[in-house]
Design a protein around this ligand. Structure first.
Ligand code: CA
Length: 236
């Protein structure tokens, strides 16, 4: 998290207002006044964490910039909030065609913009697990491709099992309570009990076969991922 936000907008007054407001909220900013500039800055180091993108730019449209970001290897998952003066554009902008994460319609309040920025950043945060190394003992995990191997044999996991495993891996060494896992892996859904977690952990461990013990049970507490089996609890 570097707190860097890229503002893409050709109206200089609005850029200045946004820079001021964002910096007051603790973000850092870089600004681009054309689409070409935006794509350049977005792909450079340090990369922004989020792009505020105007729909109407002098050299290309915001939708073209967004599509450009989505095809760039380093920018394809970069959160984009589109700024548009036309509310009728909104469906297209946030839909599949353009792939923005959210939008604000001009004129918007700075307070609304801040709320949306924080919400998008929060939603994107779990993807940071992509940054953790991909080998854990005999286990290899491709975070982006959602694939898992034990030694060289691929283990086929459901999306839910994959999320459960990567959530445990992201917090490896630390015990996760069943309630915390329910919230993080399943989200808030009615009718779920902590037994759901137990059931899925059991299935996951079965699929992991020889490395099942990397997912440890701490009886009455929860689960923990570790490849250091000397840490194994007595009460497993
Ligand atoms: Ca504009």
């Amino acid at each position: 998290m570097n707190g860097l936000i890229l503002i893409v907008e050709d109206e200089r007054d609005l850029v200045a207002t946004l820079e001021y407001a964002l910096e007051k909220e603790g973000f850092r900013t870089r600004s681009a006044y054309t689409g070409r500039q935006a794509l350049e800055i977005a792909a450079s180091e340090p990369g922004p964490e989020l792009v505020l993108l105007d729909l109407m730019l002098p050299d290309m449209s915001g939708t073209q910039v967004c599509q450009g970001l989505r095809t760039g290897e380093r920018t394809k998952n970069l959160p984009v909030i589109m700024m548009t003066a036309k509310s009728e554009e909104v469906d297209r902008v946030v839909g599949f065609e353009v792939g923005a994460d959210d939008y604000v319609v001009k004129p918007f309040s700075l307070r609304e913009l801040m709320l949306r920025i924080r919400a998008v950043l929060r939603r994107k945060a779990p993807n940071e697990t992509a940054a953790v190394p991909s080998s854990y003992g005999r286990l290899r995990v491709d975070m982006d491709g959602h694939r898992v191997w034990v030694d060289d044999a691929e283990v086929v996991l459901t999306a839910l099992e994959f999320r459960l495993l990567t959530t445990l891996i992201a917090r490896r060494g630390r015990v996760q309570t069943r309630d915390a896992l329910l919230g993080d892996v399943w989200g808030v859904q009615p009718g779920l009990t902590t037994r759901t977690v137990d059931t899925h952990v059991r299935r996951l461990r079965k699929k992991l076969g020889e490395v099942a013990d990397y997912v440890q049970t701490l009886r009455g507490v929860g689960y923990r991922f570790t490849t250091d089996l000397r840490e194994r609890e007595e009460d497993l």
